[in-house]
Design a protein around this ligand. Structure first.
Ligand SMILES: [Zn+2]
Length: 541
């Protein structure tokens, strides 16, 4: 849900103007509060029948029109709306170009709620996959990311307007149905049908609404901090739930709750899903591509999707331009979980491979900053730079302001924006308060500028003056970056035994460190704290 009208106005008055905004047409005068979706799924047809009740709250007077996203019919697929009513009174509507425009019977009054009910049916062209899993069994799995909820659900299909919701699904009784929130009802109906009712009492964005219907083996594990933990896999994979999901899910839930703040939702279900690869972080009901459940632990994927429950799901980007607040955070918090679970070496290995990815991606996507510039093509919402460079930005921020300020800031950011929306600017302000530093330049450099610094240089030992001299050069195109850099000096075989911190903000600089004898090694960034392309760094006379 959005904030109320008064606090929204105050907020807009005191924030600097947003630097960028995606092109979704927002409706400032209303707020979706609660959705109830009644859906019928069938075996003999892919056609779904839906009834959606949408509770709206008006934030201003004089609103005459409500716009919902819902796919129109094209080439035999899409949705046909048969009626729109409010308290059984028919309302005038127009459904074209994937928008359902509903005319209100009278102008809105600020603060009042209004519920519209939409009856519709059709074959989803996307958003809800209907088809066989790899065991040849019929399944139904939603995949709304990023803007496909509208393919089968009438919604305000953008992250900015969060709402609570219910999914009441009638399907052939051989299927079990999983969705967001808590299970309220399962009732066998005449004619071999079963009704399943789930209720999500915490507000979430449209892409996080999920339904899965299939033959499932469901395992209810010991709750974690009182949160029910469930695994839903195909019966053929029943023996794989503990290795695949439960161990990592339990450890990740405990770790993120301890480090960031309490888990926001009523349960956590990890669900094997057909029709997709990777995973999707639906609030409280995470879907994983069916091939990922193999009997081996899937640590990185499970930790990533569970990290999203805090970042992306609970604290959600207000604007698609800021999608790194979801994906960059989930990527970095996965690395932090891996450090916790597997140790520092595994963490550093992950950071280094992420850095290699960034360097390759900068070549693939030239002139692509992490924060999108007024994104209009939703196919471009997540390039891998958003994940990997976003994660590295958090890692460098942690070094810049120190562990204490970083974690205090992260906890405060979650506390303040839990179940709401946030922007990069909101995050900046929280981290500035936590650290007492101006972070505008740092975040602009890494998030709004493309490219990474290329660092090369030389070192020499001056025996007469008893010092080590290090010269560093920034060789990338464009303006120099402002970079804190660590130099590691070794006095024995192999490892760094002494670390010096310097800052470079020009194309080149030379630094000198007192030393009684010549070091056995001098290296740049021994602790893996800097996102850079490492050029040659050699010893000279
Ligand atoms: Zn993700």
């Amino acid at each position: 849900m959005k904030r109320g009208a008064a606090s929204l106005a105050l907020l807009l008055a005191c924030l600097p103007r947003p630097l960028a905004a995606d092109t979704y047409p927002r409706q400032a005068g209303l707020d979706a509060i609660h959705y109830v979706f009644r859906l019928a799924l069938h075996d003999d047809t892919d056609q779904i029948t839906g009834e959606a009740s949408v509770q709206l709250r008006f934030l201003g007077n004089g609103v005459r029109q409500v716009e919902l996203d819902l796919a129109s019919r094209a080439e035999g697929k899409g949705m046909t709306v048969t009626a729109v009513t409010s308290q059984d009174r028919p309302l005038a509507f127009k459904h074209a170009s994937d928008r359902l425009s509903i005319t209100l019977p009278e102008p809105s009054v600020a603060g009042r709620d209004f519920t519209v009910t939409i009856r519709y049916s059709g074959i989803p062209a996307g958003g809800l996959h209907i088809g066989k899993n790899h065991y040849g069994e019929r399944t139904f799995f939603s995949e709304n990311w990023p803007d496909k909820a509208r393919q089968w659900l009438p919604m305000i299909d953008h992250p900015y307007d969060k709402a609570t919701g219910e999914l009441i699904v009638t399907a052939p009784a051989q299927y079990q149905v999983v969705a967001n929130g808590l299970l309220l009802e399962e009732t066998d109906l005449p004619g071999g049908q079963r009704r399943t009712h789930w209720r999500q009492a915490v507000p979430i964005s449209s892409w996080l609404y999920a339904v899965g219907a299939a033959r499932f083996a469901v395992h209810h594990a010991e709750p974690v901090n009182g949160i029910p933990l469930q695994s839903w896999v195909f019966p053929q994979n029943r023996d794989e739930v503990v290795a695949g999901f439960e161990g990592t899910a339990r450890a990740a839930l405990l770790f993120y709750a301890e480090q960031v703040g309490p888990y926001a939702y009523e349960k956590l279900a990890n669900v094997q899903a057909a029709g997709m690869n990777g995973g999707t972080e639906h609030a409280s009901s995470i879907f994983y591509g069916e091939n990922s459940v193999t009997g081996r632990p899937i640590v990185g994927l499970v930790a990533h999707e569970i990290a999203h429950q805090w970042f992306g799901d609970s604290v959600t980007e207000r604007d698609w331009d800021d999608v790194w607040l979801s994906e960059g955070f989930a990527t970095y918090f996965t690395l932090l979980f891996i450090e916790h679970a597997q140790g520092r070496d595994a963490f550093v290995t992950g950071l280094k491979s992420s850095r290699e990815r960034v360097l390759a991606l900068e070549l693939e996507h030239p002139d692509s900053p992490v924060i999108h510039r007024n994104l209009s093509d939703m196919k471009k919402v997540t390039n891998q730079l958003v994940y990997q460079k976003g994660a590295w930005t958090l890692h460098m921020l942690r070094r810049l302001i120190g562990d204490d300020a970083f974690w205090n800031g992260i906890r405060e950011y979650y506390r303040r924006y839990r179940d709401q929306n946030a922007s990069t600017d909101d995050f900046r302000q929280v981290m500035e308060q936590a650290s007492g530093r101006d972070l505008g330049g740092f975040l602009r450099q890494w998030l709004q500028r493309s490219g990474v610094p290329r660092i090369e240089g030389t070192w020499r030992f001056d025996a007469e003056r008893k010092r080590v001299e290090v010269t560093l050069l920034q060789e990338q195109a464009g303006e120099p970056f402002r970079l804190p850099i660590e130099i590691g000096l070794g006095s024995g075989p192999g490892a760094t035994t002494r670390i010096e911190s310097v800052e470079i903000h020009d194309h080149g600089a030379t630094f000198a460190f007192p030393a009684d004898g010549e070091p056995t090694s001098v290296v740049v960034d021994p602790g893996t704290w800097l996102l850079m392309e490492a050029g040659p760094f050699t010893k000279t006379q």
